[in-house]
Write a new protein. Structure first.
Length: 411
């Protein structure tokens, strides 16, 4: 089996995903995808006719986010028409899964050059498409009732209650995320991968991450009201089913403490990211120097009712597959979908906090659903290079109680 080499990685800035507030909200997601694909081509003198496939992640494949964003973005970027494209959905895990599948096609020997990535225009949810989403659609009560499947925010609060994790602990992690992100931005740690986005008239739309709030403190976080208390008791059907009742089907004895809010949950943003992967033979012929290689990847399912707990078993599985111990991992990226996801991950694996999300995470920078996994892999490679370290593990929770994971090694 051949190796899968990562040649390059880039991303757009993350824009606030609120119409009228964010700098990217009027730009079609296809243009965001084209921005990073064009950057990969230009930065690497890429022969786009050699690209076997563009494997793309996107969660809300409806409205502007629909119609095979991988293929459409490649055409928009001016790629040769022979370079195919496909778009997949593993909810929040889509951007890791696209890289894993690209690596698999190369490692199997079937392909030599594949691009992986993802994008999400969260600002267009409901504005240019149907509000309902297939898995979390309030009308899909059959599946909800089968698994006691609730809202992800209530899942986060329930996990924190079960684990005895306080709001103060979660706010402390959120404050750390903001502080680390501010430090990384100030020192240019993201500059290598960051690609500015331009409007169709050629003027600059955005060249920096728009979401971070560097002045965040424990005091300002303490002022925020919990986000999911009222929502948990809103009726979902004529029978009066609520998210709280669904959760109580599986966890009837848990009196949920609502501890998550806008400051310790991931930010709603727009963005795109992409990585260029190649076989060693193809890369050598192009004179490319690989930045990293894929060591192992995998997926894990877990309880759909709590939804957010699969990253720990997924990380354990991919470590086992690689024949590694946690001590062999120099840096960790666990997506901060909610503070409890990262906090529980650190506690369960007994990790050194100075090695986890070292440049902040989605609580500070935002979570462009289908793109985030690809963003985190690129961020990991940048930081391994900056610190002269060897291996990093990236994972994240996904809807339905899943988590993809990947281990990369700097070359």
């Amino acid at each position: 089996m051949t190796e899968a080499w990562i040649i390059d990685a880039c991303r757009t800035p993350r824009g606030i995903g609120k119409p009228g507030r964010g700098a990217l909200t009027e730009i079609h997601p296809q243009r965001l995808g084209a921005t990073v694909l064009r950057a990969l081509a230009e930065r690497n003198n890429l022969k786009t006719e050699d690209v076997a496939d563009i494997i793309w992640g996107c969660n809300a494949q409806r409205g502007q986010n629909s119609n095979d964003m991988g293929r459409m973005s490649a055409l928009d970027a001016g790629y040769d028409v022979t370079s195919s494209g496909v778009t997949l959905d593993r909810f929040c895990g889509s951007g890791i899964t696209s890289v894993n599948m690209a690596a698999a096609s190369i490692m199997s020997g079937m392909e030599d050059l594949v691009i992986a990535g993802g994008c999400e225009m969260m600002s267009s949810y409901g504005r240019h498409g149907n509000d309902a989403m297939p898995f979390v659609d309030s009308g899909n009560m059959h599946l909800r009732e089968m698994y006691g499947q609730s809202h992800q925010g209530l899942c986060a609060d329930t996990i924190a209650t079960i684990e005895g994790i306080s709001r103060e602990d979660l706010d402390r992690l959120a404050e750390t995320s903001q502080r680390r992100a501010a430090h990384a931005i100030e020192n240019g740690y993201f500059d290598k991968s960051l690609v500015p986005v331009y409007k169709d008239d050629g003027t600059l739309a955005l060249d920096r991450d728009e979401f971070p709030r560097p002045g965040t403190t424990m005091e300002t976080l303490a002022e925020l009201k919990p986000s999911f208390a009222t929502l948990s008791h809103m009726p979902l059907d004529e029978e009066g089913t609520t998210y709280a009742k669904l959760m109580a089907q599986k966890y009837p004895d848990v009196k949920v403490e609502h501890v998550h809010h806008a400051g310790n949950s991931s930010g709603v943003v727009d963005g795109a990211a992409a990585l260029l992967l190649a076989s060693p033979d193809y890369a050598k012929k192009q004179g490319w120097k690989p930045r990293a290689k894929v060591v192992a990847y995998g997926n894990m399912g877990d309880c759909p009712a709590l939804m957010l707990n699969a990253p720990v078993p997924s990380a354990k599985r991919v470590l086992e597959r690689a024949g590694l111990q946690k001590e062999d991992i120099d840096l960790w990226e666990i997506n901060e979908a909610f503070a409890v996801v990262a906090e529980k991950f650190i506690r369960d694996l007994d990790l050194d906090r100075e090695k986890v999300n070292v440049n902040g995470g989605s609580m500070a920078l935002g979570h462009p659903i289908g793109a985030t996994g690809s963003v985190l892999i690129g961020t990991m490679i940048d930081e391994l290079e900056r610190r002269g370290l060897k291996r990093g593990l990236v994972t994240m929770c996904a809807g339905g109680g899943m988590a993809p994971a990947i281990i990369v090694e700097r070359m």
